[in-house]
Ligand binder design. Structure first.
Ligand code: C5P
Length: 400
């Protein structure tokens, strides 16, 4: 976490039970050489005391907007200017709503309005509060305005329920901050990266299709990481329930054939191609014009092989740095190596799928192979793995 050293990080804590994790987060950041100041809302002080944060950060904790002493020493404008990066952890539903609508009625929200530094959020709340339409609308608004949002994760919640809304763990957040503070002088900065993501849908009739369990999360995380590393990112996506990451040019397609045609066209302007899409290997030979009726006991569909997008792009553009994914249920490395050769790739990313692994999940585990190199990345969030993958691509490109 070299990129954290000497960085000035302001941790903003709003009132949620996940505030206890922020103590560990501040400790990790300080241990890695960051200068950390903490600002807490009044309700955050009901969950943990400013004294605890003062002890771990080594600095006085800021809580009041209209405190003459505090304003004289380090007022909200000073703090807003001081920070290289602000992380709101936890960010409650209420705090996200204030941020989305420019409300500045306390010290922390005023700082967020007055800063030019990147503002990151680690949302934490009950799953229904997270799923609520108002919260989701605020989340999308914040994303489009360039706020960087980490998580939330799914799992057991402090309220006893299970679902999406848990704050990421302290170490995960520290890793994500370190990656985003990394200098943008990597080999990928300024390059154009084309990424395919999500599943494809192969129509059977007007209402039915063949598809797979891909959520697109890995590809979208790779797009976000490439953008954060300073690349121009083009995301060619199948149907997913994800918002386009901020600053990324997205094209939506449905079928493998559409994705194939668009990829060949977009690859012309790309320097790097990363194929994360789970493309359907086959599509119905005949698409029925009307909905198929239940008239017989059995129905036979004839399927035709779809074009291999990655194969065709890598052969059409020999100078393009091509990265493939190999999702396998068995003999991971053997299959991945074979694909690296057959598809004429510069790098392949193998990940185990099936038995609760890979598709639809927030975490993954990767083996990255390239000519003369191999890197194993143990299970982590797809966001963190995407950052590591982009750094690995940068390193391999740089050494070429
Ligand atoms: O051959 P297999 O489907 O296992 O290869 C996986 C890799 O190839 C992934 O990178 C995937 O995005 C890409 N692929 C493709 N077009 C296909 C099939 C796979 O681009 N029709």
């Amino acid at each position: 976490m070299a990129h954290i050293k000497n960085k000035q990080i302001l941790i903003g804590i709003s009132g949620g039970i996940a505030a206890y994790k922020s103590v560990e987060l501040v400790r990790i950041l300080v241990r890695n050489g960051a200068r950390v100041k903490v600002c807490m809302t009044r309700s955050a002080c009901e969950f943990i005391t400013p004294l605890t944060l003062q002890a771990v950060s080594g600095n006085r904790v800021h809580t009041e907007l209209l405190d003459p002493d505090a304003e004289a020493a380090m007022g909200h404008i000073e703090l807003a200017r001081w920070a290289d990066l602000i992380l709101l952890a936890p960010a409650t539903a209420n705090f996200m709503a204030k941020l989305a609508h420019g409300i500045a009625d306390d010290l922390l929200s005023s700082i967020c309005l007055a800063t030019a530094a990147p503002v990151h959020l680690a949302p934490a709340m009950n799953r229904l509060m997270w799923a609520n339409q108002a919260t989701q609308a605020n989340y999308k608004l914040l994303q489009t305005r360039g706020f960087v949002i980490h998580g939330p994760a799914e799992g057991e919640q402090a309220c006893g329920e299970t679902g999406a809304g848990r704050m990421l763990e302290a170490q995960q957040l520290a890793d994500l901050l370190a990656a985003s503070l990394a200098e943008k002088n990597t080999a990928i900065a300024g390059k154009t990266v084309l990424i395919t993501a999500g599943p494809t849908r192969e129509a059977i009739d007007p209402v039915r299709f063949i598809s797979n369990r891909s959520s697109g999360k890995m590809g979208y995380a790779v797009a976000k990481a490439a953008k954060a590393a300073g690349a121009e990112v083009i995301l060619l996506s199948g149907p997913v329930a994800l918002e386009s990451p901020a600053g990324v040019k997205r094209y939506l397609v449905e079928s493998a054939k559409e994705m194939h045609q668009k990829a060949l066209q977009l690859a012309r302007q790309a320097d790097i191609f990363i194929a994360t899409a789970a493309v359907s290997d086959y599509s119905p030979a005949h698409v029925y014009e009307q909905k198929i009726k239940k008239s017989t006991d059995t129905l036979t569909l004839q399927l035709h092989y779809n074009p291999d997008i990655l194969f065709d792009v890598s052969h059409a553009y020999p100078d393009l740095f091509c990265v493939g994914f190999a999702a396998e249920t068995q003999d991971l490395l053997k299959h991945a190596e074979a694909k690296l050769q057959r598809k004429k790739l510069d790098m392949i990313v193998a990940n185990p799928v099936g038995k609760n692994k890979g598709f639809e999940k927030d975490t993954n585990q990767l083996e990255i192979l390239w000519q003369g190199g191999h890197l194993s990345l143990p299970e982590n969030t797809k966001e963190k793995l995407a950052i590591d993958l982009i750094q690995t691509i940068s390193r391999v490109l740089y050494s070429e």
